[in-house]
Design a binder for this molecule. Structure first.
Ligand code: BTN
Length: 242
């Protein structure tokens, strides 16, 4: 990997690469040499992947980065929510009038369209690779999805991709500090205020099954509480549809 820039941000050392296959892979490959607290971004990402085997398209000027986070498997579902919340706060701060929502667990929607994607993968034990793609300059045409994608530029937010990365890591560090100090309660309240489809009829697809019900709440672990005809169910991980 050829690194073209290095900077310290909060507790991470951030490295920018010219071109990689997937920043998630690069972080996993490089931690043995660069250490555990790293962020790697790339100008080009030729093999970006999304959740559930999807690809994440490359558009020049968009932001692709992955950073490391230590978390027990048990607290990961809360951190998953914090990531979406931090990202949503950054976008709201840059464009206070715009409609910013989080689709459980952490897809950020801007004016009803998806503007970012998050892929979390385990590196080893309690160390996780948090990969984030943000549509800064352009949005791909999504096939087979029941929503569209948008970019920051399309919504009048004109900022360099690296500035967004800095804003995000600062906001995320602040939110993690708040979580470590005071627990998940306040994070959960903030998250619910901007949750997409909250209290609405939704469909949730987990790895094993599809369930329908009302999106009733988010519990203290960051699990979605779904009110179904059979009763209340707690969903740990899955995709939400309407
Ligand atoms: C999704 O919405 O399906 C998740 C998309 C995650 C894309 C990012 S881009 C940076 C990092 N590297 C990858 O290969 N994927 C994530």
């Amino acid at each position: 990997m050829s690194l073209i820039y290095k900077e310290e941000i909060e507790s991470w050392t951030w490295y920018e690469a010219e071109s990689v296959f997937s920043t998630n892979d690069t972080v996993k490959e490089e931690i043995s040499g660069l250490g555990n607290n790293i962020v790697i971004s790339a100008k080009c990402q030729t093999g970006g992947r999304g959740r559930r085997g999807k690809t994440w398209q490359e558009i020049l000027g968009n932001l692709y980065f992955t950073y490391t986070q230590v978390a027990s498997a048990q607290e990961l579902s809360k951190i998953v929510c914090i990531i979406g919340l931090s990202l949503a706060k950054v976008i709201k701060a840059l464009s206070p009038q715009s409609d910013v929502k989080i689709k459980w667990p952490n897809d950020v929607f801007l004016e009803g369209k998806k503007m970012s994607g998050i892929l979390i993968e385990n590196i080893k034990e309690n160390l996780w690779a948090i990969g984030i793609g943000i549509n800064v300059e352009g949005a791909p045409k999504l096939e087979g999805a029941n929503y569209q994608a948008t970019s920051l530029k399309e919504n009048g937010i004109a900022l360099d991709r690296t500035e967004i990365l800095r804003y995000y890591l600062n906001q995320y560090s602040e939110d993690m500090k708040e979580y470590r100090r005071n627990g998940f309660r306040h994070i959960r309240e903030q998250w619910l205020k901007i949750a997409k489809n909250y209290h609405q009829e939704i469909t949730v697809k987990t790895e094993k099954e599809t369930k329908e019900g009302i999106f009733e709440d988010l519990d203290d672990n960051g699990y979605l509480i779904l009110k179904t005809q059979q009763g209340e169910e707690r969903i740990i991980a899955g995709d939400l549809f309407v």
